[in-house]
Write a protein that binds this ligand. Structure first.
Ligand code: C5P
Length: 414
């Protein structure tokens, strides 16, 4: 299964490093070659000599060794690998990866690589659940780093909980599935546009009307499409998420600006409208801050409808500039009659697919990390299980890739 695959194994400083020896043995049994980079702390838990003996290769550790840098620079180390595996991935190394540090060879290789990265975290349970680590792991996942484990159980520090490094056989299984997926860039050469987040509609220069959209789902979709090779433009309203790496992000405030940015992105193959666009805007926003006059009536706001971006993109002509995207996907958040309303919305908006999102309180998913969705196309309704938003995004991107891989007649039917 792993015949001829080249694994660069990065061993950081944790008690679980002893399991990395077993991992090397299992990988080599399956035909992979393993080259090791060990951090200074890692070398205190497992000797470079053991790593060398099991990998039957040199072990790299000192970034400033001139011989290493001339014979095998940090760039070359990752160039020569199909996959980088960080096992154990300590809280410290994950933090350095998340913040883009390059303060030792391990961190430098991880920053310089364009290869897939798999991390097998191992640390004390409180370090794993600490907000800093949680944020670092979220950041890394968004950037496409894959994770295996940690597992729940008794720990070397006499505590119990999540933090034990995944077992070598589990890491091997994760490596096998990652390498099976890694070369697939089925959306290479396709352009995609994704809208995400809320819009802000000005009342006056300091006040606005908006909504609670976090942008998590839209951002995750943009990243998932980029992972499959699409050239993605993400047009997003004000969110507190970082710009996803590897794609172009355009920041806007209002629905009018969002529409203008979408049209300015030019012709695309795929448009996914996941933004929560305000339905109305203030007809004439005040140019100066509206004063609170003692005793005066509160101001009355006259609202007018915003442009419907999804409907506008769907109605572009095949020869227009920009032209209609070959696949336009909208979202429908509903609390009741989800599928019936979404089928109706698909027709009304003129889009190809609707991702219908069940936000009824019973699902407990509104504003959370998970989503229960149905994919509605001309071909019918697909019911998806409740998934993390990242998984909804990956599944939607894979579904889009499958659509484009199908013959034109099948594409037209859905
Ligand atoms: O009409 P409704 O807001 O329920 O439709 C939701 C879908 O339409 C989402 O895909 C949303 O991004 C899109 N939409 C839009 N422009 C609007 C309103 C909604 O693109 N003005």
């Amino acid at each position: 299964m792993l015949n001829g695959k080249r694994i660069l194994l990065i061993v950081a400083g944790g008690i679980a490093a002893f399991k990395s020896l077993e991992l090397i043995r299992r990988l080599r049994e399956r035909g992979a070659s393993v080259r090791c980079v060990v951090t200074e702390a890692g070398a205190r838990f497992v000797t470079p000599l053991s790593l060398q003996a099991l990998s039957e290769d040199r072990v790299y550790g000192d970034m400033f060794s001139l011989t290493d840098e001339s014979e095998m620079g940090h760039i070359q180390l990752s160039r020569d690998a199909d996959l980088l595996v960080v096992a154990p991935a300590t809280a410290d190394l994950l933090a350095r990866m998340a913040s883009g540090m390059a303060d030792d060879l391990a961190a430098t290789v991880l920053l310089a690589t364009d290869k897939p990265v798999l991390a097998a975290p191992a640390m004390n349970v409180r370090m794993w659940t600490h907000a800093a680590t949680v944020t670092n792991v979220e950041t890394l996942k968004r950037r496409g780093v894959a994770f295996v484990g940690p597992n729940d159980g008794a720990m070397a520090c006499n505590e119990h909980g999540p933090g034990r490094m995944a077992e070598p056989h589990e890491i091997v299984a994760a490596i096998e599935s990652l390498l099976a997926l890694a070369p697939a860039k089925p959306l290479a050469g396709r352009r995609a546009l994704v809208t995400s987040g809320p819009t802000r509609e000005a009342i006056d220069p300091v006040r606005y009307i908006s909504n609670h959209s976090s942008g998590k789902q839209g951002h995750a979709i943009a990243s998932a499409l980029a992972r499959l090779g699409a050239e993605v433009t993400l047009v997003c309203g004000p969110v507190s998420l970082p710009d996803p790496p590897g794609l172009a992000t355009v920041h806007i405030d209002s629905a009018d600006q969002m529409l203008a940015a979408c049209l300015a992105a030019g012709s695309v193959d795929i448009a996914v409208c996941a933004a929560a666009v305000a339905d109305w805007k203030v007809a004439r926003p005040a140019t100066a801050k509206i004063k609170k006059q003692p005793g005066a009536e509160p101001p009355v706001l006259t609202m007018v409808p915003n442009p419907d971006i999804l409907a506008t993109l769907s109605s572009l002509g095949a020869n227009a500039r920009p032209r209609r995207p070959a696949l336009v996907v909208g979202f429908a958040a509903e609390t009741e009659n989800l599928v019936a309303n979404a089928i109706d919305k698909r027709k009304r908006k003129g889009c190809d697919w609707i991702v219908a999102n069940d936000v009824s309180p019973a699902t407990g998913t509104f504003g959370g990390e998970r989503n229960t969705v149905h994919l509605i196309s001309a071909a019918g309704v697909e019911d998806w299980p409740t998934l993390a938003k990242d998984d909804v995004a990956s599944r939607l991107a894979a579904r889009i890739a499958r659509h484009f891989a199908a013959p034109p007649t099948a594409q037209a039917a859905e």
